[in-house]
Design a protein around this ligand. Structure first.
Ligand code: NAD
Length: 511
């Protein structure tokens, strides 16, 4: 099912600039030569200006100077700035959501959800600003005490992906700022207006509080700008979100200069559907996780591993549900599946479908391009389902689009082995009413992913938990729980109030 009524490029361009201006961006300062396409119609939204990689050194120098002042402000004072930022995000929620839809093609409900996630992380960070706890421990020496102190780390470089053009930055920035760090953001080249608009709101909160200049800065451009940040010795932490290919380039370079990196990379997420699963629930969980965001979330469900006793029924019901998915203009009410981000994403999906067929797969739903008359330069596809005889190479690859493979299993250990037998380790889920199966899946012998769910899909995480995954997903954790520790440096202090100097381990060094 596909929907037309796409707005023209000039309307989208005007809407985008108006939304950015409402957030405090001066359209004249961002105009430039770099073309900038909307996935909604594949047409230019108006040229924007990119930063020059040679300016990164100056940007880092400014961030280092700001850090020296910002770290002196008590953490609750820094939290107050984030509280104000959260209020401004709430005020401009609709403007930012419009920009997200225009620049990356998210449907309105998901775009609003992304901004809500920014507001939620601000709330979390405000509370955190009074809870940057260290532990104290007993000393083996009399009259001594051991304690840990957490200090601000320095300049944090945030490199973000197109599909969460603002939320990922806010996860990093809200936490980094309360931790006393300063932030330089290299957003996705796909979403410069989203970046400038969000950063303008944060600038307003910082300025109102009298914070030093350059606590938050943005450098817009391609991978070369990201690489300049990655290589800069003044950037203490690189938090990079994107493909595993990007992480493979970034991780070793940061390590080479003994910097710290936090990598949030690709996923290849599966759900196991057991014989006892509530199939109504499973169906809803699968459709949202696999087709939502047009399959362009790192946590998108890419594989269903269904028990042979339920596989056929589940597949038939999924095919029926997929036939009802409204594909089209993401801003139009009722649309559930927007466009792919660009033609390369479509080519990758078409190539994956062809390879899956070569490997013995059968496409049982979707896969075709639609709306080619209404939007010849955009890439709308009907979400696809492919039943596969085995987990071949293409199934083990992250194809960033709405392409769901269905595999079958006979016993749970076999299903878990399939779940884990991919390079990535981000998200996973099991649908079951059997408590022992659920417990086994979340146990050490179960899923090897960073996110392991029971009776919900693989996508749609809340900010309160630590977010991230293992293996080719990069190992980083962001957002809730104790992820803040990545943004601080730990000092272990031994305090001696005894007036004597006993040495640890009973060492005698008397002169
Ligand atoms: P991408 O890897 O093409 O780009 C991501 C960012 O990295 C962009 O800002 C890009 O300019 C920059 N970049 C690319 N190469 C670089 C290099 N060598 N040095 C420095 N910077 C570089 O990814 P994308 O297409 O924007 O996003 C989709 C990918 O991101 C998917 O693989 C998805 O799974 C992943 N993703 C992961 C998470 C997560 O939290 N694990 C979240 C969102 C997206």
């Amino acid at each position: 099912m596909s929907r037309i009524d796409l707005p023209g490029p000039e309307i989208l361009g005007r809407q985008g600039l108006a939304a950015a201006a409402a957030c405090g961006v001066d359209p004249a300062t961002v105009a430039g030569e770099q073309s900038h396409l909307s996935p909604i119609n594949g047409r230019d939204l108006g040229g924007v200006t990119w930063s020059d990689a040679t300016t990164v050194d100056d940007v880092v120098t400014r961030a280092e100077a700001a850090f020296r002042e910002w770290r002196r402000i008590p953490a609750p004072g820094r939290g107050a700035v984030i509280k104000r930022f959260g209020e401004l995000l709430t005020e401009h929620k609709a403007d930012l959501a419009t920009l997200i839809s225009i620049e990356v093609g998210k449907i309105t409900s998901e775009a609003l959800g992304e901004v809500q996630e920014m507001i939620d992380i601000c709330d979390f960070a405000v509370g955190l600003s009074r809870q940057l706890y260290g532990t104290t421990s007993v000393s083996e020496r009399p009259g001594h005490r051991l304690m840990e102190t957490w200090h601000p780390l320095g300049v944090v470089g945030v490199i973000s992906a197109f599909n969460f053009p603002v939320a990922v930055w806010s996860w990093n920035t809200a936490i980094a700022l309360v931790c006393g760090d300063t932030v330089i953001w290299k957003p996705s080249e796909q979403a410069p207006l989203c970046a400038w608009a969000s950063a303008a709101l944060l600038d307003r909160a910082l300025t109102e509080s009298g914070a030093p200049a350059n606590v938050s800065q943005v450098v817009v451009g391609g991978p070369e700008i990201g690489a300049a940040l990655v290589d800069h010795p003044g950037v203490a932490l690189i938090s990079a979100t994107g493909s595993s290919r990007m992480g493979k380039a970034v991780g070793p370079r940061v390590a080479d200069r003994f910097g710290r990196s936090l990598l949030e990379l690709g996923g290849n997420n599966a759900a196991i559907i057991t014989p006892s699963a509530d199939l109504d629930l499973a169906l809803r969980g699968i459709v949202f996780s696999a087709a939502g965001t047009a399959g362009q979330r790192c946590t998108t469900m890419r594989r269903v591993i269904a028990h042979t006793s339920v596989a056929q029924q589940l597949t038939e019901r999924l095919v029926e549900a997929y036939a009802r998915l409204p594909v089209g203009n993401p801003i139009a009410p009722g649309t559930l599946v927007g466009p792919l981000v660009h033609g390369k994403a479509y080519d990758a999906m078409a190539a994956a479908l062809a390879q899956a067929a070569t490997d013995g797969g059968k496409t049982v739903a979707g896969g075709g391009r639609v709306l080619t008359d209404a939007a010849p330069d955009a890439f709308y596809v009907e979400p696809a389902i492919v039943t596969m005889p085995t987990q071949s190479g293409i199934v083990r690859t992250e194809t960033f689009g709405p392409l769901l493979y269905i595999l079958t299993y006979d016993d749970l250990e076999q299903a878990i082995a399939l779940n884990n037998d991919v390079p990535q380790g981000l998200s996973s889920s099991i649908f079951t009413r059997d408590q022992a199966e659920a417990e086994f899946f979340v146990s050490a012998e179960g899923s090897d992913c960073g996110i392991v769910n029971v009776n919900i899909g693989t996508s749609g995480a809340e900010i309160g938990g630590a977010f991230g995954g293992e293996k080719a997903t990069g190992g980083g954790r962001e957002s809730g729980s104790d992820s803040w520790r990545a943004y601080m440096r730990r000092a272990t202090n031994t305090i001696n109030y005894s007036g004597e100097l006993p040495l640890a381990q009973g060492v005698d060094f008397t002169v």
